[in-house]
Design a protein around this ligand. Structure first.
Ligand code: ARG
Length: 571
């Protein structure tokens, strides 16, 4: 909140208290549509009913009390009882110093309990598919955001390095791949083995049984299988690290499922002792839930004694709570895992555990606009290939629009634009709706795309370069006689919304809110650029416009980097 925003809220709270005897929190927000004034509050509408007054009456009292405040140019009633405020030029512009602070990452206090954010979590032994991007990029964006806002984030990659896929792979290797050592396999070759397993298992059901046996043996510590497992993990981890680097994704902890191998038995015993885990059909261990939850039983241990994904997740919860005492835990997964997590949480509660704030942050499935991408049978669409293709496409875009950029700079730009476009294509979409991957929408200068934002940032930088202005211009107090033009006023107000947008994005854990804002800011800046000449303006207007330009560049690059997107200085 900036200065005058706070003062208006406090003053209005006093008025409500003095005039109507109520204590109510008031906020003045910047409306998206600036024709509604600079700041607006719906407080009169909210409190009028319980105190049996007309909203207009409440609004009028507030208005008469704030009208003559320093910084207020006018206050009016609108619609059914909104209080709309127009600020003086100096009050508006001095508020902008708060935006510069919002661009600085807040320091996390060492003492505050951490927030665990778990994302990406691929099942290794096969290459990353493009669908893995959803959890990976949205998770990284949330992790960046929480960190920016001063939280102690523990970014956690709970790799699927344990479980039936290794059983399947080892059976396939025994049958069709033994002619060379596993360690010399490439990830693609491993994938072919895996795909072949699935094809053959359709014809021969005994293969699945063999795979289960192998998993069980691996779990029991069979030496050959353990070595096989280690080799496969080494192959996948190397390629994973490369991909994460390209995507600007990083983790604090890479503790995967196998880490919990020795941590399951104690929780199994606890559950049995507390009679939460019971013997179900054919000797499996299950947890059951009350009828109204409509949740089926949760299988916690297989009838053959083998542990499961669920067993490891229960152990994982216990371990994280005991080790880190987190204040919150957010686990990103595909919507298909919703039930699993509902059962997991219900089970932990039955065990009597005290849990931190928890959300299974769901990401949807991805649909491909192009047929050729969605019809690859049996095979996954490999992330690496999609990224390579994106960089290639970005190169031709640059060729078209910025042919003067050459050599190394051009290579870097193609990388920034191509990879950025793919990642931004995801964070710019509402994760609660179906997501679409469409080359035409992500690699274009139109609409809410990475190239559009990058271009706008480069444009702002180019103005500053030409003015030989410092990147971080300070603004001296402006006189209220300086009447702001619409382009300037709109830009200032849009910049002032940044902080609230970050908080809203955090509250809903929906990065597209921030993305939508950056798009609006770019549009408002481009309108300002076209209607308000910057370099040819005379003082003090010129400095003011350069200041607005530099602040726009800061907000764009801060917001974009939270969303994992890099923005260039030249384009
Ligand atoms: N590896 C799992 C998968 O790919 C996702 C893991 C989600 N996290 C968890 N704690 N279960 O399906």
């Amino acid at each position: 909140m900036f200065d005058i925003q706070k003062k208006l809220a406090t003053r209005s709270e006093e008025i409500l208290h003095d005039e109507f005897g109520i204590s109510s929190k008031v906020s003045f927000d910047i409306p998206r549509d600036t024709s509604h004034g600079d700041l607006t509050s719906s407080i009169a509408l909210e409190v009028s009913r319980p105190i049996k007054k007309k909203p207009q009456e409440v609004a009028e009292k507030i208005i008469s009390g704030i009208q003559s405040m320093d910084g207020v140019s006018s206050a009016t009633i609108a619609g059914a009882g909104y209080v709309n405020v127009t600020l003086t030029s100096s009050a508006l512009l001095s508020g902008l110093s708060s935006v510069r602070e919002t661009c600085e990452p807040k320091k996390a206090s060492k003492k505050s309990a951490p927030v665990i954010i778990e994302y990406s979590q691929p099942n290794i032994a096969k290459p990353l598919g493009v669908h893995h991007l959803l959890s990976t990029i949205i998770g990284q964006a949330l992790s960046n955001l929480y960190r920016h806002l001063g939280e102690n984030v523990l970014a956690w990659n709970y790799i699927g390095d344990w479980g039936t896929q290794f059983g399947k792979l080892s059976v396939a290797y025994e049958l069709w791949g033994k002619e060379k050592p596993v360690s010399s396999y490439s990830l693609d070759e491993l994938l072919s083995l895996y795909v072949r397993f699935h094809e053959e298992a359709e014809k021969d059901a005994s293969l699945e049984e063999k795979a289960r046996e192998a998993s069980k043996k691996l779990e029991e510590g069979d030496k050959t299988l353990r070595q096989f497992w280690k080799d496969v993990i080494a192959i996948t981890k190397t390629s994973l690290a490369e991909l994460y680097q390209r995507l600007h994704v990083s983790f604090d902890l890479n503790l995967g499922e196998s880490f919990y191998e020795d941590k399951m038995e104690p929780v199994l015993q606890e559950g049995i002792k507390k009679k939460v885990f019971k013997e179900g059909e054919q000797g499996a261990l299950i947890a059951e839930f009350s009828e109204e939850t409509k949740m089926p039983p949760y299988v916690i241990r297989r009838s053959d004694g083998g542990t499961l994904y669920s067993t490891r997740d229960i152990a994982q919860m216990r371990y994280r709570i005991d080790t880190y005492h987190p204040k919150a835990m957010y686990i990103l997964t595909d919507v298909a895992q919703k039930l699993h997590f509902e059962q997991l949480i219900a089970t932990c509660l039955q065990l009597g555990w005290e849990l931190p704030e928890f959300e299974n942050v769901l990401v949807p499935r991805m649909r491909f606009a192009e047929k050729s991408m969605s019809t690859r049978k049996g095979n996954i669409l490999k992330l690496e290939e999609v990224l390579d293709e994106a960089v290639k496409r970005a190169e031709s875009l640059i060729e078209e629009k910025a042919s003067d950029i050459q050599g190394k700079e051009r290579e870097e730009l193609a990388d920034m634009v191509g990879i950025g476009a793919v990642a931004y294509g995801i964070v710019s979409q509402n994760r609660k709706m179906e997501m679409v991957f469409d080359w035409k929408k992500i690699l274009t200068f139109e609409g809410n795309s990475a190239p559009y934002l990058q271009y706008t940032h480069a444009r702002a930088c180019s103005v500053l370069r030409k003015a030989e202005a410092k990147k971080d211009i300070a603004l001296k107090k402006v006189s209220d006689d300086l009447a702001l033009e619409k382009g300037e006023r709109d830009l200032a107000l849009t910049l002032l919304r940044f902080e609230r947008v970050l908080l809203m994005t955090q509250k809903d854990r929906m990065p597209h809110i921030l993305s939508q804002y950056l798009y609006e800011l770019s549009q408002v800046f481009n309108a300002f650029y076209h209607t308000c000449p910057i370099l040819d303006a005379s003082e003090p207007v010129r400095t003011l416009r350069l200041f607005l330009t530099s602040l726009t560049a800061r907000v764009l690059s801060t917001g974009a980097s939270i969303l994992t997107l890099r923005v260039p200085e030249r384009m």
